[in-house]
Design a protein around this ligand. Structure first.
Ligand code: ARG
Length: 374
């Protein structure tokens, strides 16, 4: 029952964009900032009130921006990897307001975040929405995504999740090679005017070929995945200000790729083929061929990233780290809100300690949110 209530609750919040800043939100952020970083909020609050009275908005200091971005990560109920929230590298690019500028900085973001495989959690924050100006936005849900090409017979070659974005890119003149792993171009909406297409240069996209430590045939499946998951369609909301273009990345947990991207029936749907190659009996569910194939897929993903020298975590280690983070937060006198249905890994849930408890479900700010009117 709990799960359904959670699923039915809309995930979209109302956009703070292009209205005057809500002073209550600004105030609670400034107080939070001072509580955790020292300093007296009163002087800063007077400045903010004055700025909002004149302009309808205010400007975060670079320190407030960095703190806000990090706390938004700390507040991400769905993220199991929050232990390192303080280490987020914040690239302050608020002066960048054009689609071309956004494209160039996204490429640079990927290079710095990839760091030859030693992935660095990074966010690039572009111009905020202002009462008199809509800021640019990235249409792609992540900076790196594989195309889903629609075939005449209704099947999709590639990642079906990105079929709509692939259609949009094609309409704008993009042509992929037609493989299962064509990296999509960035589609960037400037504040006003036509969207911009930007192909990612090869050196900005590190990919890992998927092999298995024991089964040589695994490489013949032709699977690969990108090293950096960089969410690019969420707004960073800090103290009543909305930064609609603020791509951020951490590193992957193996199950995201092995138990979802490659396994889900509406994604790469690899379980039947992996099971066949393993020689499993797929005539009845009771052989647990799906489960068996899932484990080998996940072994392959973890092994391949390790072999390529690309940072990746596994769900057992990350579950323990998350509970350590939770304890640390409680000791600091804070609640650590979490969404059970997202925190529990999609493989061997009950074999990880995060399964066996409930979490505080409050939604805190600053936050990464998706706006309905994106
Ligand atoms: N689950 C998403 C994917 O498979 C990535 C979400 C963010 N993940 C992360 N480890 N920071 O692409």
């Amino acid at each position: 029952m709990r799960t359904w209530i959670r699923v039915l609750r809309p995930v979209h919040r109302r956009s703070a964009a292009r209205k005057a800043v809500d002073l209550r939100e600004a105030e609670s952020f400034i107080r939070l900032y001072c509580r955790e970083n020292g300093g007296s909020p009163e002087a800063r609050l007077r400045e903010v009130v004055k700025e909002v009275a004149v302009h309808g908005t205010y400007t975060h200091t670079p320190e407030e921006l960095a703190f806000g971005a990090r706390v938004a990560w700390r507040n991400s109920n769905r993220c199991i990897g929050r232990l390192y929230w303080r280490s987020l590298r914040v690239r302050d690019r608020r002066r960048v307001t054009t689609a071309e500028g956004v494209a160039l900085e996204c490429v640079q973001h990927l290079r710095e975040a990839t760091n030859d495989g030693k992935i660095r959690p990074t966010i690039t924050v572009f111009a905020p929405d202002l009462p008199w100006r809509r800021a640019p936005r990235i249409l792609n849900e992540q900076l790196i995504r594989y195309a889903g090409h629609r075939m005449d017979d209704g099947t999709i070659v590639g990642d079906p999740r990105n079929a709509d974005l692939t259609d949009v890119a094609a309409k704008l003149g993009w042509e992929g090679r037609g493989t299962r792993f064509d990296v999509l171009p960035l589609v960037i909406h400037p504040g006003r005017g036509k969207p911009l297409l930007c192909n990612l240069p090869g050196d900005a996209v590190l990919e890992v070929p998927i092999v298995h430590p024991e089964y040589e045939w695994f490489a013949e499946l032709g699977l690969r995945w990108h090293a950096v998951p960089a969410i690019s369609d969420m707004c960073l909301e800090i103290g009543g200000i909305c930064y609609p273009c603020a791509p951020f990345n951490g590193w992957y947990m193996g199950t995201e790729i092995g138990a979802r991207n490659f396994a889900d029936a509406d994604r790469y749907a690899m379980l039947p083929e992996v099971a066949r190659r393993l020689g499993l009996d797929t005539s009845t569910e009771r052989t647990l061929w799906r489960d068996h194939a899932l484990v080998e897929l996940n072994v392959a993903v973890l092994h391949s990233f390790e072999r390529a020298g690309v940072t990746m975590t596994d769900h057992h280690t990350e579950s323990r780290r998350f509970l350590k983070h939770l304890e640390k937060e409680e000791r600091a006198g804070r609640v650590c809100p979490a969404d059970w249905s997202w925190i529990v890994p999609p493989l061997s849930g009950a074999a990880t300690p995060v399964f066996h408890r409930y979490y505080d479900e409050s939604e805190l700010s600053p936050a990464y949110v998706r706006h309905a009117d994106k």
